[in-house]
Design a protein. Structure first.
Length: 339
């Protein structure tokens, strides 16, 4: 794929002359016909975003968020935006939403996609899997609409994640055991995969071939970035949400731990599969900004209600109490070590 100077201009909202200056100064390769390869394009965006950070004197400077806001307003309005404009929710498809964001505009991606593989292939009993069917998605999806596990679709998703993520930043993507084997390897082509973490749910769930008690979290980076602490283990024992009001709702603590590892105050956190909004609650608790989307109307109405109430009263309507179990390291991480 190749890009033109105009593509960069549109992406960054800067004038062509500035871009040409950057190309000359940084000796970025340009083809004879003036086009840029994927690599040159990405290098240019990264350099520009680094320069912008320095110019603004702080890497979490508000203008970057304003830039997102400006772009968003041109394209679509959020379904929900908090009064202080730090939290925005959109009803959209993950790839189309990410495409609507400018390059290098978010500081961390924490997400839990609705993979179709596990649901379609690992059926129990008479073909049914766990969960309520009231909110079934289109095309035979069991609970909500699923994100199709084709390599092409997943690669397009990862490439958009890479594009919107600022340089020297982290991404966390949740995986079930099925999608880990089929899709996670593609992440290596796009990001620097650093580790695969294990979320130990403490209690067993359903499953014919060993009862399921864990999920995976792929941890990767764009560029170089250390974790905030060297004391976080790669197995996270946090209890599952029981009797959840939204299918597949995750404990906020799982997302909080990702942010403890990789975020700073005022980071723009992005979750393109927001579901019930657990990642948004984690972002608020960690003093971060948040931008997220979901295709489902139900998810957006649940997360909107949840975020609004949490901002107003600090009450989490969908997770009434802490899901930290008796694991000493987890308790220490949460209670003795503040971000
Ligand atoms: C596994 S759930 C996320 C649950 C969430 N982490 C929580 O704690 O509530 C995945 C979500 O992805 C949404 N979804 C499915 N296909 C999507 C797509 N193409 N783009 C964005 N969201 C999608 C589903 O509606 C569902 O809410």
């Amino acid at each position: 794929m190749s890009y033109t100077i105009q593509d960069v201009q549109e992406e960054l909202s800067v004038v062509g002359e500035d871009i040409e200056k950057y190309i000359r100064l940084n000796k970025i390769k340009v083809a004879k016909d003036g086009s840029l390869s994927e690599k040159s394009y990405q290098t240019l965006l990264d350099l520009f975003s680094d320069q912008e950070s320095k110019h603004n004197g702080h890497k979490n400077s508000k203008p970057v968020y304003d830039l997102i806001r400006h772009k968003i307003e041109e394209k679509q309005k959020p379904v929900f935006e908090s009064q202080d404009q730090r939290i925005s929710l959109f009803q959209d498809d993950a790839i189309s939403f990410l495409k609507s964001l400018p390059a290098a505009s978010v500081d961390i991606i924490i997400t839990d996609p609705a993979y179709s593989g596990m649901n379609q292939r690992l059926k129990l009993g008479r073909g049914k899997i766990i969960g309520k069917y009231a909110d079934a998605g289109k095309n035979g999806a069991k609970w909500f609409e699923e994100f199709h596990d084709t390599e092409e679709n997943y690669r397009a998703f990862l490439q958009q994640c890479y594009r919107v993520l600022r340089n020297n930043r982290h991404i966390y993507i949740m995986f079930d055991s099925f999608s880990l084997l089929s899709l996670a390897p593609i992440a290596r082509d796009v990001f620097e995969v650093k580790n695969v973490l294990c979320w130990d749910k403490a209690n067993i769930g359903l499953g014919h071939y060993f009862r399921r008690r864990h999920e995976f979290i792929l941890f990767a980076s764009k560029g170089k970035r250390h974790l905030n602490s060297k004391s976080i283990p790669d197995v996270w024992k946090i209890k599952r949400v029981t009797a959840s009001q939204y299918p597949t709702q995750k404990p906020t603590e799982v997302f909080e731990l990702m942010l403890k590892g990789s975020a700073e105050k005022d980071f723009v956190v992005c979750d393109p599969f927001v579901g019930s909004g657990s990642s948004a609650i984690a972002a608020i608790k960690s003093d971060c900004k948040f931008i997220g989307c979901d295709t489902s109307e139900k998810a957006i109405s649940v997360s909107k209600e949840r975020v609004k109430e949490f901002l107003k009263t600090k009450t989490d309507l969908y997770q009434k109490s802490s899901l930290l179990g008796d694991d000493e390291t987890m308790t220490k991480l949460f209670f003795e070590w503040q971000l």
